[in-house]
Design a binder for this molecule. Structure first.
Ligand code: CA
Length: 581
């Protein structure tokens, strides 16, 4: 199903709106920055130069000894011990406004807020996809979804299987790759090759047996397997073959944090790359009685709005943050982040540990548990708008003064940025769609502007449409595969994407369509196909149910969660079993 194009090309010199690099970014203080070659020095020549200058005073014998040490494989030198570590915190389904630091007045996230306060905050940070597996593959490979081929969450139905959902959609979703390809050299594999200890805790969702974290460069895997949600829930006993149960009622987020802290403690004298990949705040949403009660009261004190949902194109969507169960789930994630940060500080590693914090897609405002809202961004997880794609995106580097940048960045940029910050050689043949953000972080300038691409030839569960997106600066074009229509938005003045300015800017739209088609052709991207069994009458019946019955069911459930009489399944209260058992 090709894009409709006139074939006219436009050069890159065309006015694309305001310079995306001109707003808000504050120049970090580079004076406090440790020279690059001291982060980590895989090139033996760099280290030997410095060391020999110091040691030559001790005579030729001593110098020979130093040289012997330096060329010995696996040796630990003083310089290597001073290399930066990396803690990468990935929260599942955390929305852009699900943190107090990004504007929530309901959720409380003091520990994550501290990371943001000390980091370069990328206000236009984007996930690689509107859903999880594709986004995670983008982080691991440095490639956009159309290139690595995992365009939907692994396990989603495609082709004629889609009909078993009885959604009566116009299209059959495209096929997609169902595991991270073994030939990909992940960021973990690359760091491992450079001597880093590698650790993974939590949600993986990038393939089944044979494609687990330990098959893609991680020395240790605590809890990562093919499932994308916490099977058995957030309180032990959970059903996870990669994470043994200990005490009944143990909280999963806290456990993952403790495993991460233990790994860091045990490897405090090595260089490490630790990924803490929370299952939270993905559904099922669960919390303790104490946290539910705290946030129920907080919502009540703020004044409970009469309605919590409005109608989006297909499904109802939340417009208030007042779900006390979800708020508790968010707070426990934040508590867990605090456990790891405290341990890093206690060990004195905060001065040599890069901390990255992000999410794999927007918050779940519609579909699944209808838990949060991303307003003022439109949509949420699964959607083609900013609420589905824009996520918290913080990079804290020791010695770098905090700041903000609105240069648009994506999950593909982490791979080259990490290598660059560690002083390692970039691997451009691998992270093909990523750009190192080191120059921004150091206040030394900006990389060349580049278009960003998202390809999602699927429906998903949340009401988003099969569509592909190109963003260039603050211009964003969405191409819809059901009817080959387009929307053009100018994000600076229309963050909620209400004003489709396609007719006002046909030249820009045409240029972006052209770029998008060329990109998809180059990637040999898979596209959805028309469903020959599409039944418009049945589709209309389903739509009527969603607009009428489901909407009222959601409003009733929202009120139930906020009621003093609310009692969940007894396993929800988890760590406080004595209250309900
Ligand atoms: Ca996710």
């Amino acid at each position: 199903m090709p894009l409709h194009l006139s074939g006219t090309r436009y050069g890159l010199g065309i006015d694309c709106g305001a310079d995306p690099r001109s707003v808000e970014h504050r120049t970090p203080n580079i004076e406090r920055r440790t020279p690059n070659t001291e982060y980590r020095t895989p090139n033996i020549e760099y280290r030997s130069t410095n060391l020999m200058l110091k040691k030559i005073k001790f005579g030729f014998t001593c110098l020979c000894l130093i040289c012997w040490i330096l060329i010995s494989p696996g040796c630990q030198t003083t310089d290597q011990k001073e290399a930066f570590n990396v803690l990468f915190i990935l929260v599942d389904d955390l929305g852009h406004r699900d943190l107090s630091t990004t504007g929530s007045t309901y959720y409380e996230t003091p520990n994550v807020d501290v990371i943001a306060e000390e980091a370069i905050v990328f206000t236009q940070g984007y996930a690689g996809s509107r859903v999880c597996s594709p986004s995670r593959a983008t982080i691991m490979t440095g490639k956009f979804t159309a290139r690595h081929g995992i365009t939907d969450w692994i396990g989603a139905k495609s082709g004629e299987d889609w009909r078993t959902h009885h959604r009566h959609d116009k299209l059959l979703p495209a096929e997609y790759e169902r595991q991270l390809a073994p030939q990909e050299v992940t960021i973990a594999e690359e760091l491992k090759l450079n001597g880093y200890k590698t650790f993974y805790a939590g949600k993986w969702h990038l393939g089944d047996l044979g494609s687990y974290p330990e098959n893609h460069g991680f020395d240790i895997n605590k809890g990562g397997w093919e499932k994308g949600s916490p099977i058995g829930g957030y309180f032990s006993p959970w059903e996870n073959p990669k994470l043994e149960n200990r005490l009944e009622g143990e909280n999963l987020s806290m456990r993952l944090a403790e495993e991460t802290a233990a790994f860091i403690r045990e490897n405090k004298d090595s260089s490490f790359f630790a990924v803490l990949s929370f299952y939270a705040v993905h559904g099922p949403i669960q919390t303790s009685r104490g946290k539910w009660a705290k946030y129920r009261l907080k919502a009540e004190d703020a004044g409970i709005e009469p309605t919590g949902y409005q109608m989006e194109r297909v499904l109802p969507i939340r417009h208030v943050q007042d779900n006390p169960i979800y708020a508790g789930l968010v707070e426990t994630m934040d508590d867990a982040v605090g456990v790891v940060l405290d341990e890093i500080k206690r060990l004195g590693l905060d001065r040599k540990t890069i901390v990255i914090f992000t999410s794999d897609n927007g918050g779940v405002a519609s579909g699944d548990n209808f838990s949060t809202t991303n307003l003022p961004l439109r949509g949420g997880k699964g959607y083609q708008w900013e609420g589905g794609l824009r996520v918290p995106y913080f990079i804290k580097v020791p010695g770098i003064t905090a700041g903000k940048s609105d240069y648009p960045v994506t999950g593909a940029d982490f791979y080259p940025t990490i290598l660059d910050l560690l002083g390692l050689k970039l691997k451009p043949e691998q992270h093909l769609d990523g750009t190192s953000l080191k120059s921004i972080i150091e206040g030394a300038g900006y990389p060349d502007s580049r278009p960003l691409f998202w390809h999602y030839p699927h429906y998903g569960n949340q009401g988003g449409a099969p569509s592909s997106v190109i963003q260039d600066g603050h211009w964003k074009l969405i191409h819809y595969w059901e009817d080959d229509s387009d929307e053009l938005y100018y994000l600076i003045s229309d963050i909620h994407e209400d004003q489709n300015v396609l007719d006002q800017h046909p030249d820009i739209a045409e240029r972006l369509r052209d770029q998008l088609q060329n990109y998809l052709s180059e990637m040999n991207a898979k596209l959805p196909s028309l469903d020959t069994e599409y039944d418009s009458v049945q589709a209309l019946t389903r739509q009527k149910y969603l607009q009428e019955e489901l909407w009222s069911e959601l409003e009733a459930r929202r009120k139930e969660f906020l009621s003093l009489d609310f009692e969940p399944d007894s396993t929800w209260w988890g760590s406080e079993p004595s209250i309900t058992d």
